[in-house]
Design a protein around this ligand. Structure first.
Ligand code: 5GP
Ligand code: MG
Length: 176
């Protein structure tokens, strides 16, 4: 089933990059940190990144939020809504939002605004992947794993119709 996925980043490359990201993060984060991981696409990245942070003796509070674009399919539509909210108190906290991929910027711009409206002291963003040149809303991540070409990628948490999330690598989904 994964034979129509061509590998972009291997499990080893991802692990190495996560270690680098964790040390970048650890040097700029505070003890007051609340991590908000956006489900479902970021679950594998968040788990690995947070484990790397723990190895650097960094122990944040962790919560999860599910947001989605209206509509379905691989083209995301205009608006974003909350499917499942976090329980944690945001006011006065330093927030790190973790997501799988930054494309149009709608998901992360919505999520960042939400945290700001709830009184976060600071909001930073870490994404596994970024597609340059696809932004509809101007927004940048503070920490980025890899840049990817403008093609549909799956694996390592990223799906197509909820398949391929289990792959330990990131690849480009072929047509058949
Ligand atoms: P944005 O709101 O920045 O347009 O898109 C972010 C969301 O769109 C991601 O969290 C992800 O769910 C989805 N997405 C965008 N590009 C891709 C892609 O190439 N592959 C997969 N699997 N999801 C994508
Ligand atoms: Mg997503």
């Amino acid at each position: 089933m994964a034979n129509n996925v061509s590998v972009l980043f291997t499990a080893e490359e991802i692990a190495r990059r996560n270690r680098e990201l964790a040390s970048e993060l650890a040097s700029s984060m505070t003890e007051n940190l609340l991590i908000v991981a956006l489900l479902r696409g970021s679950f594998m990245f968040a788990a690995d990144l947070i484990r790397e942070l723990s190895l650097l003796d960094f122990h944040p509070e962790i919560d999860f939020m599910t947001v989605s674009s209206y509509g379905n399919g691989s083209k995301s539509s205009g608006s974003v809504k909350i499917d499942k909210d976090i329980k944690a108190e945001v006011k006065g906290r330093d927030i790190l939002i973790i997501d799988d991929i930054l494309e149009s910027g709608r998901t992360l711009s919505f999520s960042r605004k939400l945290m700001e409206e709830r009184g976060a002291s600071s909001v930073k963003i870490a994404v596994l992947l970024e597609k340059p040149g696809k932004r509809v809303i101007e927004i940048n991540a503070d920490f980025t794993g890899f840049k990817v070409p403008d093609q549909f990628v799956v694996g390592y948490g990223l799906d197509h119709a909820n398949r391929y999330r289990e792959l330990p690598f990131i690849g480009i989904l072929g047509s058949e």
